[in-house]
Design a protein around this ligand. Structure first.
Ligand code: MN
Length: 303
């Protein structure tokens, strides 16, 4: 029962993006957030919808059974935005790039927003992260410890710069508006377009290097391999998901959603993946250059 004299906490404003393929992941991440929220956490979700079906939207609504939340969908015009980005980003789900344009379509009344990738599980309350003092930084994020030195050098970052992951970010929208951050990011897109591999993440890091960003502890963006029981709050199942440790944690939350499971748990999905892997290994016999094998791997296996 709510007590009228208690001040109601302002909601944690969360921005996520999904298309229909990612929708079971989105639902899984949301289920974990709702399940593990503190009793007095209010939650408000802003979802950039890159082609979810009515059925998907219905399933997201149904998550309110776990804990109530506010929900708004946005359909930003990516075609207009994407002409600034590389042509050959077809290997990436287009929807991830919406995070660069977040300030354009979210309500102007928001001064900050917590961006979360869909391929995560949240094991505790997000209140502490949400209340982090951003000071004058345009973003707060945790390190991406896996990023190769050669790539960081290619986009002009010095060896001692801490390259962050854009999968979880507390975004200072007020600062983005004041400093026209989006325009500057798009300039950087054009400037480093031949070196970009991780579209929005590379661009954000180059901008952060030239200005500043607030470094978050790894517990807010932790690879399942580095999971520390009792400390890790956000598990991020990035990239090569199928052989990730701690997949049962992800599957446990997937089972709490109306989807019941993730596509990668399906039998035929696993058969197709095994066949693709087999083809890849066979074709590698004919590719003497490591670079060619890498290209093929990107197209064939990393899905
Ligand atoms: Mn991710």
């Amino acid at each position: 029962m709510s007590d009228a004299s208690q001040p109601v906490k302002a909601p944690i404003e969360i921005f996520m993006a999904s298309d229909s393929n990612y929708s079971p992941f989105l639902a899984t991440a949301m289920a974990s957030i709702l399940k593990n929220a503190a009793p007095d956490d209010a939650l408000s979700f802003h979802i950039a919808d890159g082609g979810m079906t009515d059925d998907d939207l219905q399933k997201i609504e149904e998550l309110k059974k776990i804990k109530d939340f506010k929900l708004a969908f946005y359909r930003p015009d990516l075609q207009e935005y994407l002409k600034y980005l590389r042509d050959d980003i077809s290997n990436f789900p287009v929807i991830v790039n919406t995070r660069l344009f977040v300030e354009k379509f979210l309500p102007k009344t928001l001064d900050k927003v917590l961006y979360l990738d869909a391929d995560i599980v949240v094991l505790g309350s997000l209140a502490e992260l949400w209340e982090t003092d951003l000071d004058d930084n345009f973003v707060a994020a945790a390190l991406d410890p896996k990023m190769r030195l050669s790539h960081r050098r290619a986009i002009g970052l010095p060896d001692d710069y801490g390259y962050f992951s854009s999968g979880i970010m507390l975004i200072n929208l007020k600062k983005w508006r004041e400093d026209s951050v989006l325009e500057k990011l798009l300039d950087i897109c054009l400037e480093i377009k031949d070196q970009i591999e991780f579209p929005d993440q590379d661009v954000l890091n180059v901008y952060a290097y030239r200005t500043s960003y607030l470094l978050l502890p790894n517990r807010w963006n932790c690879h399942p391999r580095d999971f520390v029981e009792g400390d890790t709050i956000i598990l991020h199942y990035m990239g090569n998901r199928h052989r990730c440790p701690n997949l049962p944690v992800l599957y446990e939350y997937a089972s709490m959603t109306p989807y019941g499971r993730l596509p990668m748990q399906g039998f035929w999905y696993r058969v197709r993946r095994a066949m693709r892997r087999g083809c890849f290994v066979f074709l590698c016999l004919f590719l003497p250059k490591k670079q060619w094998r890498k290209q093929l791997r990107k197209r064939f296996v990393l899905r």
